[in-house]
Write a protein that binds this ligand. Sequence first.
Ligand SMILES: [Zn+2]
Ligand SMILES: [Zn+2]
Ligand SMILES: [Zn+2]
Length: 142
Amino acid sequence: MRFFKSKCFRTIAAIVILFATLLGTAVVATRKTEAACDHEPVGMPLRYVAPTCTKAGWGEFRCKKCGTQYRKIYPATGHSLKREKVITSPTCTQDGLESCKCTECGYSCNRKIPKLGHNFVTRTVNGQKISECSRCGYRKNY
Ligand SMILES: [Zn+2]
Ligand SMILES: [Zn+2]
Ligand SMILES: [Zn+2]
């Protein structure tokens, strides 16, 4: 009797292991199919969080092909900075400074306005050719 019980247990154990193995293979196979699917959404997202200037958003879709629910990430958009006012005007040789504000979220900051560089105009004075900056009068001799 004891022998029979033991044999029976072993058979059951073997069947359980066999099923577990089969199930495991099936799960792996399904996962492989999911990973291979390049998901195509069915209509509108089920849930949607819009991205902001600094935070990524996401949409939850159901796939037309494999039926899985998946999430698509939308990267943060970054600020849309617009000049508010000029703090320091740039000159030929020095950077200026301006204050900016984001048109989307109101974030404000200062940023530099690159220097203009000389605007040379060439003319002849007393038979000598000279180059002079039309803005600041800086002269470059030839
Ligand atoms: Zn899919
Ligand atoms: Zn912003
Ligand atoms: Zn100049």
